[in-house]
Design a protein around this ligand. Structure first.
Ligand code: PGA
Length: 245
């Protein structure tokens, strides 16, 4: 089943929780799994509004440890306690803004599993790496460094997000996306012993979602800017409906 995940990033106040209601009451596309990842300040409000809806709820990051003296951080256990089922880890904005290495991201995936959360692990190359012909090697190294032993399809999802496509309006060519997704799928079969879902992320919009989601090996989308409005998010989810997983 395709997964359409909305990553709200550092956007949304209490009033925005109404978007969760709009997603909840809209006709649900069949055969599509929905997930919303609002900022942590909205997790509890979203959990109340989405309870019983089947729509997943995710955090955007977690600390590796369960608790302790880490001012400003949140543990995976806290996210689960607030109602989350998933957590995004290793987003390129975390890697760049907070210096997160593959080793740190790996520990966060383990923390997610410890708390019973599904980890959505983000990988992707910069424009300079793409232009240097290193995209596949960069993504392979990120996976090798950040996927812990014990990975399986029930608790890990990979998101391929080329850094240069995030928030830029640019997307890779279909050939480029298929090439990277195939490489990730092959590596993950080796690491997990079974197929693991691979989402595409980076400037997914209602206007390009159908084309992107139809590409072989694209098991869903991680959507940033276009997930903030329920109508756009639902249009992307509708584009996933009826497409083979
Ligand atoms: P975007 O962000 O859809 O705004 O490009 C995607 C992401 O960073 O997850």
């Amino acid at each position: 089943m395709k997964l359409i995940a909305g990553n709200w990033k550092m956007n949304g106040l209490q009033a925005s929780a109404a978007e969760a209601d709009a997603v909840r009451v809209a006709p649900r596309p069949r055969g599509v799994e929905l997930l919303l990842c609002p900022p942590a300040t909205l997790l509890a409000a979203f959990a109340g509004r989405l309870a019983g809806s089947g729509i997943g709820l995710g955090g955007q990051d977690c600390h590796a440890l369960a608790s302790g003296a880490h001012t400003g951080d949140l543990s995976a256990e806290m996210l689960a306690d607030a109602g989350a089922s998933h957590v995004i880890v290793g987003h390129s904005e975390r890697r760049m803004d907070h210096g997160e290495t593959d080793a740190i991201v790996r520990a966060k995936v383990q923390a997610a599993w410890r708390a019973g959360l599904v980890a959505i692990l983000c990988v992707g190359e910069t424009l300079a790496q793409r232009e240097a012909g290193q995209a596949l090697a960069v993504v392979a190294a990120q996976l090798a460094g950040s996927v812990p032993p014990g990975a399986n399809a029930a608790r890990l999802v990979i998101a391929y997000e080329p850094v240069w496509a995030i928030g830029s309006g640019l997307t890779p060519t279909p050939e480029q996306i298929v090439e990277v997704h195939q490489a990730i799928a092959g590596q993950m079969r080796g690491l997990a012993g079974e197929p693991v879902r691979v989402l595409y992320g980076g400037s997914v919009k209602p206007g390009n979602a159908a084309e992107l989601l139809a590409l072989p090996g694209v098991d869903g989308a991680l959507v940033g800017g276009a997930s903030l409005k329920a109508g756009d998010f639902l249009a992307i989810a509708a584009a996933a409906q009826g497409q083979t997983p």
